[in-house]
Write a protein that binds this ligand. Structure first.
Ligand code: MSP
Length: 615
């Protein structure tokens, strides 16, 4: 059985309804999760776990709730429901849902803070990773926040929008990102470790961050890293957060990242918040033998001293994740804070995630923003054009890692050109011709022909299979190679993988133009036996290609893929089930001799309506 595939995404802020950027990220991760499901088969199933969710705490949410006249929980519940309804509509199939106000998550955050607090330096008796400090700063009473120099106007003053600004002292907890030059705490140099780690992953051909160009960007930021991360807010000014454990003293809540970033542990498959306590009890013989034992720990190479102790066996099977985020939260949150937090908790270098950093959808070159009033609503678009038209556009009109401009007109163009004209027409014409000329029955070449790559009757199949290979190389991480020549193909290029599938359809449409089955049918009627054989070969090539295309498009267009299989009358017993599609079946010669195809039904009706920009 291959290693399970664990994929995670950013969890979205619940201070507004989901927009097209949120939809893009969750569909992208869904497509990658589905691709891995496609790779498994009965003998070698691949377990896939897709975790996504919402980030429900924070000042902004607290303020939005106040504006809406609601309790924060009621407010975030309402917004959360919009997210889950959208994922249902867009067929985003996640395995677990992270919600940071969930008691399970709060418990996990507090337990992790406690672990770091209890990890004491023997010399000073202080926590190695967390300390308390008082800082003086400028505080806006009206906006209830500390201000930085960024908030100063060109005249160096804080503008009237901040109301009264006063200097205040505030005590908070800090998490070490850098080594204290005096005490040497936390006992290692996290900044140097991170630099070395980034370099090692790059040298191993397994970069920490994909695409490549982001590695240098992150490395530069780490080089410049100074100071530590403030992880608390006094409860007096931020109520909507997770209270620190009592041992830290009363009156503090966690602040943003120490809450949000922990969700990947809370909801990871196999995570058991009470695992370490239970195993400790088992070790000291207080409890009977449970499912896990010290022997099992040893077998899992779990060092007894590690702070990272969450049901090791299943957790270890899945961890670490491929983590999908947008470019704005790479530095510093996911590229700096997260790996150092994981290191502090005892995760090894091999247990660090891989970050897949995507670009942004902009509107006519500008950032989407409430103030510009150019926020694109994916819910409206899915209702107007169908969820799969939207999924297709989001996956086909952007290069993973780069920015793109969102345009409703482009959505319609892409749909009409690729799905209605190219693929939809091919399906319709192929099935119609098969019904008209051969009573919908396909005649497969003999097994000896199918198995002989040199046979001219297999030539078409060879070309189709070369597209399948290309498709795979676009989506997957390349296998580790010892070659000194760097890999040129970037992984996760969904748009080029889709192009490969569409190229097969273009190739088939060209075959129809070239061979003209209607002419062959006429010649056959006039008694030309060769024409009949050629007609059968052409019709087989078309039906077989459509079967393979359906498998390749399934991760992006699950409904359409089922539609094609239904019309080919293929695997009808598995209708509607994910298991109907297997990458292992994308080899030439699957349709058996004499298979009877189904009736054609338009799958992608053209969109005729002139596109007005959806806002
Ligand atoms: N809550 C934090 C993430 C915490 S993860 C531990 C957050 N939330 S967010 O709602 O602002 O953004 C969620 C994701 O959406 C991020 O990965 C972000 O990059 C992505 N996008 C937000 N706007 C986007 C576009 N316009 N285009 C594409 N993705 C964008 O950050």
């Amino acid at each position: 059985m291959s290693k399970p595939f664990f994929i995670t995404t950013a969890i979205d802020y619940t201070n507004g309804a989901p927009h097209i950027g949120h939809a893009y990220e969750k569909v992208l991760a869904d497509v990658l999760a589905r691709y891995h499901r496609l790779k498994g088969d009965a003998e070698n199933p691949q377990e896939v776990f897709y975790l996504t969710g919402v980030d429900q705490h924070g000042q902004k949410v607290q303020q939005s709730a106040e504006k809406a006249g609601l309790e924060p929980q009621a407010y975030v519940d309402g917004i959360t429901a919009k997210f889950t309804a959208l994922w249902e509509k867009l067929d985003v199939k996640y395995s677990a849902w992270a919600a940071t106000t969930d008691p399970l998550h709060k418990e996990c955050v507090r337990a992790n803070l406690q672990k770091l607090w209890d990890d004491k330096d023997p010399a000073t008796g202080e926590s190695r990773w967390i300390y308390k400090k008082t800082q003086r700063g400028f505080y806006s009473v009206r906006q209830e926040q500390f201000l930085t120099d960024k908030e100063r106007g060109p005249d160096g003053q804080f503008g009237p929008e901040w109301g009264v600004v006063e200097e205040r002292d505030e005590e908070n907890f800090y998490f070490r990102l850098t080594q204290d030059p005096t005490t040497g705490l936390p006992g290692c140099d996290p900044k140097q470790w991170l630099l070395d780690f980034i370099d090692k992953r790059t040298a191993d051909g397994n970069p920490f961050v994909v695409p490549d160009f982001r590695v240098a960007e992150l490395r530069n930021a780490v080089e410049k890293l100074e100071g530590d991360l403030c992880i608390s807010r006094p409860a007096s000014r931020l109520k909507w957060g997770i209270p620190f454990p009592e041992s830290f003293g009363a009156g503090f809540v966690t602040y943003v990242w120490f809450d949000a970033l922990v969700n990947y542990i809370t909801y990871a498959p196999g995570h058991d918040p009470h695992y370490s306590e239970r195993t400790a009890k088992q070790r000291s013989g207080e409890e009977g033998s449970g499912a896990t034992s010290p022997a099992a720990d040893a077998a899992n190479n779990e060092p007894a001293s590690s702070l990272r102790s969450f049901a090791p066996s299943r957790f270890n099977d899945f961890w670490p994740p491929l983590h999908v985020i947008g470019k704005d939260i790479l530095i510093p949150a996911h590229g700096v804070y997260w790996p150092i937090m994981l290191k502090a908790l005892g995760f090894t270098d091999e247990e660090m995630p891989t970050l897949l950093v995507h670009g942004w959808w902009n509107i006519a070159g500008a950032k989407m923003s409430k103030s510009l009033g150019n926020i694109v609503d994916p819910d409206l678009l899915a209702d107007k054009y169908g969820p799969e038209a939207l999924r297709y556009y989001l996956m086909s009109d952007i290069t993973t890692g780069k920015d793109a401009d969102f345009s409703e007109e482009r959505l319609v163009q892409c749909y009409n050109a690729d799905l209605a004209n190219n693929l939809g027409n091919l399906l319709n014409r192929s099935l119609n011709m098969a019904a008209k000329y051969r009573e919908a029955k396909v005649r497969a070449p003999s097994v000896s022909v199918l198995q002989n790559a040199e046979d001219p009757h297999r030539a078409f199949g060879n070309v189709v299979e070369s597209w399948v290979r290309s498709y795979r190389s676009r989506v997957e991480m390349p296998p580790k190679s010892d070659s000194p020549i760097p890999q040129i193909i970037e992984p996760f290029m969904i748009h080029t993988a889709l192009n490969d599938a569409m190229d097969i359809a273009i190739y088939c449409n060209a075959l129809i133009q070239q061979r003209q089955p209607w002419t062959l049918a006429k010649a056959e009627k006039a008694g030309d036996a060769n024409a009949l054989q050629e007609l059968d070969t052409v019709l087989y090539n078309l039906a077989e290609s459509l079967r393979i295309i359906a498998i390749l498009i399934w991760p992006v267009l699950p409904d359409a893929a089922h539609g094609i299989f239904d019309q080919l009358a293929w695997k009808l017993d598995e209708g509607g089930k994910d298991t109907r599609f297997r990458l292992a079946d994308a080899v030439w010669g699957g349709l058996p001799d004499g298979h009877v195809l189904g009736r054609p039904v338009p799958l992608f009706p053209r969109i005729e309506a002139p596109a007005a920009e959806a806002k």
